[in-house]
Design a protein around this ligand. Structure first.
Ligand SMILES: Nc1nc2c(ncn2[C@@H]2O[C@H](COP(=O)(O)OP(=O)(O)OP(=O)(O)O)[C@@H](O)[C@H]2O)c(=O)[nH]1
Ligand SMILES: [Mg+2]
Length: 533
């Protein structure tokens, strides 16, 4: 019993998902049609789905509870001469389950299930309502809630009060739009003789017609004598059948729409972009964004600063005159911001030359063409659109990625300091040696008693000075070798870091939007197929 609506609900949910995913990509006519079907079906399924809900409403004492018992062949509803009797709505369902969600929503607390003696009654739910003109506002609300949610609303009147203006003006006239789902029952006809009955029915019919309720059927019953109960039951069975037919048709419509979507979406396509093409795009993008230029700058800056720190102080001061290669590149967050706001920089990729830019464009085109290949036109166009929209942002992000402040911070190694200290110790040795050598003889002659240490005819001072110079130059050569090796390692690390940063930018700005379109295509396809299963 439950399965057919839950199946319809599932198909409906899938169709709605396919419609949302396919919107703007699939054939607009197919989408519009499917959307209309989905909306209509959703409305119907919301009305309790498989269940046909019928409510008995009317003034107190008209015999709603008595009719409820007659129709359900039970004594579940309390019937009494005391007015009003029914204060809380009650439900009886024929079958194995009740539409509990709907009953919750309608605030129907008392619920019973009975085994249908007539199969055609399966899944019908009958509600006995409190009287409509009860003084309590809560009852009024209950009737108001019912009208939109039930499949049929049976108004029960008795021969004394059938023309009651509270009923006609308060409910029937305002609900004239719902005439198709309403039914009028004149109960307690056992109290009337045939002429009175005829007059009563004619009068009530005229009244209803004058209120715009021409299409609302009118029946006569007696709950106590069981007149017209069979006819009323048959009319409710017809409502159940109408609903079943309607749901079947709806189910077919949902499938038909899903079929058109499936046909429009086409066969299964690769779910991912070609990864080697992606790598290629990222790498040309890194080139165009200036990664090699920056890497060279980092290497040169490291080398220059290292050589200044480790070189022979008496010569390396010349190197200080050279401009810093990183400053030359005008890197740093400030510079990047200047560049992005600069009107003189229309290319947005300051480092790229025409060839690099063309390579980037061609690579991206290849990647996107490959991703869009085989997709229906609307989807292929969406994939291209996704890869295009973010050009400006892409360039800005690349600028920022390239201007990594960590790379532009002053690069230094701890061991340079050791070299600097040693170099200055050696410079000190040279100064001391020269002083000893040049001023020594004069000081000795003046009686200061300084030993001169002549060794193979060479004075000790000259030896120390020469040792200092040779030591300094050797140390500088060693430093130069080490600095060079370190500069290459640092440059390699910078390159990896920058390439990763560029790849991240390209992933966010190009790959991800394209992938999102591909994902959307698969989502639409899966959902449309699910709506068929
Ligand atoms: N003669 C006759 N009396 C009926 C008929 N239907 C109901 N009654 C009586 O009318 C009185 C009210 O019936 P209920 O079925 O309780 O009426 P109700 O519409 O449910 O009333 P509330 O619950 O107060 O809204 C009871 O005494 C019933 O026995 C009928 O067809 N003929
Ligand atoms: Mg009652």
């Amino acid at each position: 019993m439950k399965s057919s609506t839950s199946k319809l609900s599932q198909h409906l949910a899938a169709l709605t998902e396919a419609v949302q995913a396919g919107d703007g990509r699939c054939d607009p006519a197919v989408v519009a049609k499917a959307k209309a079907v989905a909306d209509r079906a959703a409305q119907r399924v919301a009305l309790g789905g498989d269940y046909t809900v019928v409510a008995l409403a009317g003034s107190t004492g008209s015999g709603k509870s008595s009719l409820f018992n007659a129709l359900t062949e039970t004594e579940l509803a309390q019937v009494a001469a005391r007015r009003p009797t029914t204060s809380k709505a009650m439900a009886v369902g024929w079958g194995a389950e009740l539409p509990n969600e709907l009953l919750d929503w309608l605030d129907v607390g008392k619920r019973h299930l009975i085994v249908p003696d007539d199969k055609r009654l399966a899944n019908m739910v009958l509600l006995d309502l409190p009287d409509h003109d009860s003084t309590e506002d809560a009852h009024r609300v209950t009737v108001g809630r019912m009208v939109d949610m039930v499949d049929a609303l049976v108004w029960v009147v008795d021969p004394q009060k059938y023309a009651d203006s509270a009923l006609h003006d308060g409910y029937l006239k305002p609900l004239a739009d719902h005439a198709d789902v309403m039914l009028m029952v004149l109960n307690q006809v056992d109290r009337l003789n045939p002429d009175e009955l005829k007059g009563c029915v004619t009068d009530l019919r005229r009244l209803l017609d004058s209120e715009g309720l021409q299409s609302m059927p009118l029946m006569a019953t007696s709950a106590t004598r069981r007149d017209g109960i069979y006819e009323l039951r048959s009319s409710l069975i017809a409502t159940v059948e109408r609903k079943r037919t309607m749901l079947k048709r709806l189910s077919l419509d949902v499938k038909k729409s899903a079929k058109s979507l499936v046909a429009d979406i086409g066969p299964k396509m690769p779910a991912k972009m070609n990864s080697s093409l992606k790598e290629q795009v990222a790498s040309t993008m890194a080139d165009a964004a200036g990664v090699p230029v920056v890497v060279d700058g980092v290497r040169e800056a490291w080398r220059l600063r290292g050589r200044i720190a480790t070189g022979w102080p008496l010569l390396s001061w010349v190197l200080r005159m050279r401009p810093d290669p990183l400053k030359d590149l005008r890197l740093g967050a400030e510079t990047a911001a200047e560049q992005s706001s600069s009107a003189t920089n229309p290319t947005r990729l300051p480092w790229a030359n025409a060839v690099q830019k063309a390579r980037v464009e061609q690579g991206t085109r290849e990647l996107v063409d490959q991703a869009a290949q085989g997709l229906p036109n609307g989807w292929a166009e969406a994939v291209r659109r996704a890869s295009r929209v973010n050009d400006q942002l892409l360039a800005d992000d690349l600028d920022v990625a390239i201007a990594d402040p960590e790379l532009t911070a002053k690069p230094r190694a701890w061991w340079w300091t050791v070299f600097t200290v040693l170099q200055w110790v050696l410079v000190g040795a040279v100064v001391l040696g020269l002083t000893w050598w040049l001023a020594g003889p004069a000081l000795a002659a003046a009686g200061f008693g300084i030993p001169l240490f002549i060794w193979f005819g060479v004075p000790g001072g000259a030896l120390v000075a020469a040792g200092g110079i040779v030591g300094g130059l050797l140390l500088a050569a060693l430093g130069r070798g080490l600095v060079s090796a370190a500069a290459n390692a640092v440059a390699r690390r910078a390159e990896k870091q920058l390439e990763a940063a560029v790849t991240e930018v390209v992933t966010n700005r190009v790959f991800a939007p394209v992938q999102a379109e591909l994902d959307r295509y698969h989502q639409a396809r899966e959902a449309a197929h699910a709506a068929l299963r």
